[in-house]
Unconditional design. Structure first.
Length: 121
């Protein structure tokens, strides 16, 4: 019993950090969230919104807006009928998707998508 106490005392006095968790000694990085406190996959959207807005009140408002939109959309009485009634817009949409899938050169794709998006809107 006495030898155990002496051994633990010597260990504590000579190497005080040898039995500690090594994660406590990594330098802090303020841009990366530690793995042990990252939220579950279902909170990632809210977590990204809160991280992107430095103001607490702004973050709460930004979290409330999508929920409010879900309640407002069903009451919208817009005259827009959907893309099935607008064949030109439908064709433009699918050409944008096709061009993205084919993988045109970045400069050409950027110009084409800018032109097509302006016409589509």
């Amino acid at each position: 019993m006495m030898m155990t106490i002496i051994a633990l005392t010597l260990l504590t006095l000579k190497e005080p950090y040898i039995l500690r968790d090594p994660d406590n000694f990594t330098p802090a990085n303020h841009l990366v969230t530690p793995v042990q406190i990252q939220p579950g996959w279902y909170f990632l959207i809210a977590y990204a919104i809160l991280r992107s807005i430095p103001n607490k009140l702004g973050g709460i408002i930004a979290l409330a807006i999508p929920v409010e939109i879900l309640f407002i959309i069903p009451t919208n009485k817009s005259k827009f009928r959907g893309t099935q009634f607008y064949p030109i817009n439908k064709a433009i949409f699918w050409t944008i998707i096709r061009d993205d899938a084919v993988g045109i050169e970045p400069d050409t794709a950027t110009k084409l998508i800018t032109i097509k998006t302006k016409y589509y809107s």
